[in-house]
Design a protein around this ligand. Structure first.
Ligand code: SF4
Length: 252
């Protein structure tokens, strides 16, 4: 006689099969089964909506759809400690894409990348220094969820999350990528060299020029290094044929 299945095991099996079909190899359930069931329903609803919605090739709509998918991601342990995912900010047709490391406390609270003190410095560098509205560039992070206590990202977390950033880059198709700090530089350039050696030298990610530079949170601790970061951003403007505004084009 076949032993009776424990209550709920059919639903759990269906859920695991569902995520396996989406390409998710590991799940951090940790007693969150009901919550995940809710997330599953939300994704299904969205997939149905998208089926008659965004035309393929509409980057803005595809990014929106990806953001929705990311919002219920449970592919790594950070899903257990985040308040919310932090997908991106800016224009889907940006010429410049800035990539940082991971959300911090302010970003986790607001759901927008680079809005804390480091983010405010980055905004000044873009707007006052480069003379570009922040809304004209695209800003994202390697990880979409905040690591607890702002610790460094773990390699398995980066591996779990990397497909999202790769897709963002594919959709935005920026002319230049700016890697803010070592985690973004290592992600894009597949190296483990220190950022102080990498910065200021052009690299390449799938044919897109990459300028590695210092992370704004490092610049807050080491303001004397702002000059180097500013030189890197000037090199980006030069590469794109954009003149640094005469009045504003000074070190932020
Ligand atoms: S960090 Fe990335 S892979 Fe991990 S739960 Fe968040 S979105 Fe998913």
């Amino acid at each position: 006689m076949t032993p009776a299945r424990p209550p709920g095991s059919d639903a759990l099996g269906e859920t695991l099969a569902y995520f396996r079909d989406l390409g998710v190899a590991e799940l951090y359930l940790d007693g969150r089964f009901e919550e995940i069931e809710e997330e599953k329903k939300k994704i299904s609803l969205k997939v149905k909506r998208e089926a008659g919605g965004a035309p393929a090739g509409d980057a803005a709509a595809e990014l929106q759809s990806l953001a929705f998918e990311v919002s219920s991601c449970v592919k790594c342990r950070l899903c257990k400690t985040r308040k919310q995912t932090v997908f991106a900010d800016g224009s889907s047709s940006a010429r410049i894409m800035f990539i940082g490391e991971a959300p911090g406390a302010d970003e986790d609270a607001q759901g927008v990348p680079f809005v804390g003190r480091a983010g405010q410095l980055l905004t000044r560098m873009i707007e006052d220094g480069m003379g570009l509205p922040r809304s004209s560039v695209y800003i994202a992070n390697v990880l979409k969820c905040r690591p607890p206590e702002n610790r460094n990202p773990e390699p398995d977390e980066i591996a779990s999350c990397r497909g999202y950033l790769e897709r963002q880059i594919d959709l935005v198709k920026p002319e230049v990528l700016v890697a803010l700090g070592k985690f973004a530089a290592h992600f894009l350039l597949e190296t483990d060299e220190g950022i102080t050696r990498l910065r200021g030298k052009w690299g390449s990610y799938r044919g897109i020029p990459v300028m590695p530079t210092l992370h704004p949170s490092y610049l807050l601790r080491q303001p004397a290094q702002k000059k180097e970061a500013w030189e890197d951003l000037l090199a980006v403007l030069t590469r794109l044929g954009i003149d640094a505004p005469a009045r504003k084009g000074k070190q932020p």
